[in-house]
Design a binder for this molecule. Structure first.
Ligand SMILES: *Cc1c(COP(=O)(O)O)cnc(C)c1O
Length: 388
């Protein structure tokens, strides 16, 4: 269609002009957190495989066994015939690990939020969410049709005011935040937020995509960072980052999970995950439980890097280096790439205007010299590049 292609051309050139066009690059990830692109090898700071489990021989072996035993695909949605036995093993293990009554695995973290939120609230209900929430929390909230109000990032006082002023007018209220914020690496003040939500009968949903396996006692996530675990009734996360595999999860009470089996549309109307994928996640979870040093090491790498640059001490495996414009971030990324470090520039709309950045993600297999080398290269860029 002529008008369709014209539309696409016009949109693309507008994005190009604003340094916001994105391009796929074929990337070959190899063990120990390195990647190959166009025949060159890089140390990657842009993989979320924080514990280096995607290539772990035990994980690959578990996936291979399931593949041979059960085939490549689930064949139907879980409610029909796609609920293979790998699901039950993983969900039991997840619930046990997270200290919840039950767990439900979804096609991805994105699909978990898209399924869970609209199943619990709808038009006439209220959703309060942190302004920095991930796109899929916003998408789930919008899809629900509930009234949306954002609060300033990690501002428990504003949340309290909103709960006080607005909550009484709505039958149900959901509060959404991230445990570890994906683009900034900071933690939500859950110990403050959870009691507030309880007081106002609001249901707290925490997306711990970057906390699972990395932070909290033994990698149990951001609800387990303090002395006593924080009670979070809806804990969402992904199996695709520290989990080394693919899929999303919700940990909640047994009755809530039971309801979602019937009502979460991304579960009901989407094919089950391949058995090998679920088996890999199950094996990865076992390793997370047995080898807590992996998560600790990922965070320690981030802290060593931040110390080199005089940045605040990170609480997670993520360190953002804010550069302002999209152009400057792309230039920094190219500068590091020339020196063998892969750090993808993060630009709007993923982050707000003028907060484009390099987002460094650390993992358990980074070598000390890689961490220091990347910090030194970045210092060089910051000293020499005075562009816009
Ligand atoms: C990555 C991410 C997701 C999406 O998880 P997938 O399993 O990759 O779909 C959801 N929420 C947050 C906060 C994330 O960072």
């Amino acid at each position: 269609m002529r008008s369709l292609d014209d539309f696409a051309h016009a949109k693309l050139s507008e994005l190009e002009h604003r340094s916001l066009r994105r391009r796929l690059r074929t990337t070959h990830r190899v063990p120990e957190g390195r990647v190959e692109r166009d025949g060159r090898s890089f140390v990657s700071f842009s993989c979320n495989d924080y514990l280096n489990l995607a290539h772990d021989p035990r994980v690959r072996e578990a996936a291979t066994r399931a593949l041979h035993r059960q085939g490549a695909g689930a064949g139907a949605s879980r409610l029909v015939t796609g609920n293979h036995d790998e699901y039950d093993a993983l969900e039991r293990a997840l619930a046990h690990f997270k200290g919840s009554e039950a767990a439900m695995v979804f096609g991805s973290g994105y699909l978990a939020n898209l399924g869970v939120i609209p199943a619990l609230v709808g038009p006439g209900d209220l959703v309060l969410l942190d302004e920095w929430c991930h796109a899929c929390l916003f998408a789930g909230a919008k899809l629900s049709g509930a009234t949306l109000r954002r609060f300033a990032h990690n501002d428990a006082r504003e949340l309290r005011a909103l709960l006080h002023d607005e909550r009484p007018a709505y039958p149900r209220c959901l509060v959404l935040t991230e445990g570890v914020f994906s683009m900034d690496g900071d933690l939500a003040p859950l110990a403050e937020m959870a009691p507030l939500c309880e007081t106002h009968d609001a249901w707290l949903l925490v997306d711990d995509a970057h906390g699972f396996g990395v932070v909290g006692a033994g990698g149990r996530g951001s609800a387990h960072v303090g002395d006593a675990p924080v009670r979070v009734p809806l804990q969402v996360g992904t199996l695709s980052k520290a989990g080394g595999s693919y899929g999303g999860y919700l940990c909640a009470s047994a009755v809530v999970v039971e309801l979602l089996h019937s009502r979460a549309r991304t579960g009901v109307y989407s094919t089950g995950l391949p058995p090998a994928t679920v088996a890999a996640a199950r094996q990865a979870l076992e390793i997370i439980e047995d080898e807590p040093w992996r998560g600790e090491r990922a965070v320690a790498q981030a802290q060593a890097f931040a110390a080199c640059l005089g940045l605040p001490r990170p609480q997670s495996a993520i360190v953002p280096v804010l550069l302002g414009s999209a152009r400057r971030s792309l230039a920094a990324s190219a500068f590091l790439e020339e020196r063998g470090f892969l750090v993808v520039a993060i630009r709007p709309p993923t982050v707000p205007e003028d907060t484009s950045r390099l987002r460094f993600a650390f993992h358990s297999a980074h070598r000390p010299e890689d961490v220091v080398g990347a910090a030194e290269a970045l210092k060089l860029f910051l000293a020499g590049y005075a562009g816009p």
